[in-house]
Write a protein that binds this ligand. Structure first.
Ligand SMILES: [Cu+2]
Length: 68
């Protein structure tokens, strides 16, 4: 299962963490999402046969957090 770390500089607090985790975590095929508002990193494990990295980025960006 691929694992990737994205960076979302706009995350700043626990609310941001939950918003990011809930947005990506709601996608079928996303196994785990851990967002850290201090390091700005989002660790994601996903099943590439069910969901693409592009879909995951899009979900997080739609929640209001541009990813790098
Ligand atoms: Cu916040």
């Amino acid at each position: 299962m691929p694992q990737v770390t994205l960076t979302a500089p706009k995350m700043s607090c626990g609310h941001c963490k939950m918003a990011v985790e809930n947005s990506a975590g709601a996608l079928a095929g996303v196994d785990s999402v851990t967002a850290d508002p201090v390091s700005k990193n989002i660790d994601i494990a996903y099943d590439e046969s069910q969901v693409s990295l592009e879909d995951i980025k899009q979900a997080i960006e739609q929640a209001g957090y541009p990813v790098e």
